[in-house]
Design a binder for this molecule. Structure first.
Ligand code: TLP
Length: 344
């Protein structure tokens, strides 16, 4: 049976072109800055994002955490959306590794209101922590893959400048955001000091994320990467796939967005399944199945019986479209869901 794996775009497999590039990659010791393929990927990333420098990392989590560590001091506070990946899904690392506390704010569909951010900034007071970073997630995973509008980014940047607080974007899926907005990633990155983005999600590379920022900041981040054990050696083998990801895989994300829309519309027409269509903006669909009366275990195993894997995000399930998912898979999934919910 064909397996339709909708759990995440992290399940994407490297393309044949990536495998060939990996096999032939020119490599060297990256801790000494001598891996030509990593150097090329860092160069290309900084140019694409309009920043001075870039750093190759094993994962998005490490990228976000190094960003926090590099921007802050112990005892500081970071402003962050309450359903953000950094807050929910990074194992409490900001507290454990950087010694910062989080000031969480609820966004509308994950999008922070700039006024709420401004109100949350701490005054200079001996009793209070310093607000030293504003984190924005774009696209926002837990809110449905939602996109931060450019005027919101602009307003947040102005607040950052007014209070001299840097802005970091968790841009694990920033190419999806850029596709939805119809702009280059550079346009979004212009509203932030630093950006983390992933090569290993919708872009299909097997491993790898990047940080971009100023040259000095990236040098500090490089030291922090070493401290955390993320200094890799002949990792050009991995960066080679990342280069193919940036050169070949960013322009096709619109297809995933169309598939997500089709999927959402099809599922939303099924009685007892509910989708907040406003949040279906990129490659994710969150489905509220509470009215079906099925437990989480049941709904997962029902889909599995049809060869479909979904991600439980209680009280919802998440389906993510990606390179491995075709229009036929979407139609099949909608039919299967009808059978599961309505019997048959
Ligand atoms: N997200 C994964 C899971 O961890 C939930 C997924 O399947 O969506 N930022 C955002 C917005 C993310 O969605 C993720 C991964 C990360 C950071 C972390 O990236 P990795 O997995 O490379 O550490």
């Amino acid at each position: 049976m064909r397996i339709i794996d909708l759990r995440s775009d992290t399940v994407t497999l490297p393309t044949q072109e990536m495998r060939e590039a990996m096999a032939c990659a020119e490599v060297g010791d990256d801790v000494h800055g001598e891996d030509p393929t990593i150097n090329k990927l860092e160069q290309m990333s900084s140019e694409l994002f309009g920043k001075e420098a870039a750093l190759f990392l094993p994962s998005g989590t490490m990228g976000n955490q190094i960003a926090i560590m590099t921007h802050t001091n112990k005892g500081d506070e970071i402003i962050i959306e309450e359903q953000s990946h950094i807050f929910l899904f990074e194992v409490g690392a900001a507290a454990a590794l950087s010694g910062v506390q989080a000031k969480t704010i609820k966004g509308h569909n994950g999008i922070l209101d700039p006024d709420d951010i401004e109100r949350s900034i701490r005054p200079e007071d001996i009793h209070e922590p310093r607000t030293s970073l504003i984190c924005i997630e774009n696209t926002h995973n837990r809110a449905g893959g939602t996109v931060v509008p450019l005027d919101t980014m602009k307003a947040i940047k102005e607040i950052g400048e007014k209070y001299n607080i840097p802005i970091h974007i968790d841009g694990a899926r920033i190419f999806n955001a850029a596709t939805a907005l119809g702009v280059d990633v550079k346009v979004i990155a212009n509203y932030a000091d630093t950006v983390m983005f992933c090569l290993s999600k919708g872009l299909c590379a097997p491993v790898g994320s990047m940080l971009v920022g100023t040259k000095d900041w990236i040098e500090k981040a490089r030291r922090n990467r070493k401290m955390l054990g993320g200094g890799m050696r002949q990792a050009g083998i991995l960066a080679a796939a990342g280069l193919v990801a940036l050169e070949k895989m960013t322009n096709r994300l619109g297809e995933d967005h169309e598939n997500a829309r089709l999927l959402a519309e099809g599922l939303n027409n099924i009685p007892l399944l509910k989708i907040d269509m406003e949040t279906v903006q990129t490659n994710m669909v969150y489905i509220d199945y509470s009215e079906t009366g099925l437990t989480e275990k049941q709904i997962i195993s029902e889909f599995e019986r049809h060869g479909i894997k979904v991600d439980p995000e209680y009280p919802l399930i998440r389906m993510v479209t990606h390179y491995g998912i075709s229009k036929e898979d979407i139609q099949y999934t909608i039919q299967a869901a009808k059978g599961i919910v309505m019997g048959g």
